[in-house]
Design a protein around this ligand. Structure first.
Ligand SMILES: *Cc1c(COP(=O)(O)O)cnc(C)c1O
Length: 374
């Protein structure tokens, strides 16, 4: 019997080393890692800049707590909000924690309790984030959920109109639902959300834990829509593999969290901040973003040619292959053939290479996929 709880269905592969897109298991077998640790390894495995950042910081200072001032956090926050309408950041350790901060912020700022969320959304596993998540399989068995969430169908303007009343503090959404099947917000629905938030004075929380940090080809996915979040949450790709999350907000929210109202021991610790700063310094450049978009277009084109009978969905390097059948057996076959993949819901194969993936690696992945799916 395992000494671990059974909450993960672990695959029988023990990965011991990684470099760029390639990982090696304990038998020496190599794989192309098109999971990136679930959209985490923005710069791939063992990126030299990231390795150097963590080495240098680990010799200087690991941890101080948030009792002391942190110019490093200030700089990271400024980098995140640069050239956006957002102005402040709070750092934590994970996506769920960032969403908890967002939920608390929205409730405290508005004095209202209801937050509208969407079916097939995913916001994390803590009690608030789980209650916000529109998937029964994630919520079942845990007793009464927080009553704060009103969960409605995604991209359904009528349902949205019907859900709005004077108790609504915020609307919380993913621009592309990552875990829920790579479902994009429609332009019409995005416009309806923007209009309702504006006319009814409702806050917009965008969960960019998966889509943020250039995963979809822009720094943040909301930039590809008409939406402008009051609050945005980040995690996954921000640390390039080191745990860090963030909640960003507009200046209108600055006074809502006064000292003592919210916090975390580890959040934004010097090691995490040094790594995240290095990730952003590399990723938030026009050259890097252009390269992501170029590789995305290349990947899409190859996939469409190789798999003419499948619908390809997503943006940037958050892509998906829609399948009629359940995808778990395909993912297993790909693994045997040296390609690591993850699903998005039961019927979508999710493709999440590191943002530094090479074109040859995309070619190899498409060859493996087409040999299995054709
Ligand atoms: C992964 C994810 C989360 C949860 O992040 P954790 O770091 O696992 O807590 C929240 N929202 C979205 C959109 C995610 O993809």
């Amino acid at each position: 019997m395992s000494a671990l709880f059974q909450n993960y269905a672990r695959r029988p592969v023990h990965l011991v080393q990684g470099k760029g897109t390639i990982v090696t298991d304990d038998t020496g077998k190599e794989y192309l890692d098109f999971t990136s640790g679930i959209a985490v390894l923005s710069l791939g495995h063992a990126n030299p800049a990231v390795v150097q950042a963590i080495q240098q910081q680990s010799e200087k200072l690991w941890h101080t707590s948030n009792l002391f001032e942190s110019p490093e956090q200030e700089k990271l926050a400024a980098t995140l909000v640069k050239e956006t309408h957002l102005s402040h950041a709070f750092f934590c350790n994970s996506g769920a924690e960032a969403n908890e901060a967002a939920i608390k912020m929205a409730r405290k700022h508005t004095g209202k309790n209801i937050i509208i969320t969407f079916e097939k959304s995913f916001h994390g596993r803590t009690f608030g984030a789980m209650s916000a998540t529109g998937q029964d399989k994630i919520r079942q068995g845990f007793g009464p959920l927080l009553e704060t969430f009103r969960t409605i169908p995604f991209n359904d303007i009528q349902a949205l109109d019907a859900a709005i009343d004077s108790d609504v503090a915020a609307i919380m959404l993913e621009v592309i639902q990552g875990e829920g099947g790579i479902n994009k917000i429609s332009p019409e629905f995005a416009q309806a959300v923007a209009d309702i938030c504006e006319s009814k004075d409702i806050l917009l929380i965008i969960d960019e834990v998966q889509t943020g940090i250039a995963r979809t080809g822009t720094r943040y996915a909301y930039e590809q829509t008409v939406l402008k979040p009051d609050i945005m949450t980040l995690a996954k790709g921000l640390g390039g593999g080191f745990p860090i999350g963030a909640m960003l907000g507009t200046s209108a929210l600055y006074d809502t969290f006064s000292p003592g109202t919210h916090g975390t021991t580890f959040g934004g610790n010097p090691l995490a901040v040094a790594v995240a700063q290095t990730v952003l310094d590399n990723v938030f450049t026009t050259k890097f973003l252009n390269a992501v978009n170029e590789k995305s277009a290349y990947f899409l084109d190859k996939l469409k040619t190789a798999l003419p009978n499948h619908q390809i969905v997503g943006s940037g390097l958050l892509l998906g292959i829609k399948c009629e059948e359940e995808v778990a057996p395909t993912i297993e076959k790909a693994e045997q053939n040296g390609l690591l993949l993850v699903s998005a819901g039961p019927n979508v194969i999710r493709l999440l290479p590191p943002l530094t993936v090479k074109k040859e690696e995309i070619d190899q992945a498409v060859n493996i996929l087409s040999s299995i799916l054709m």
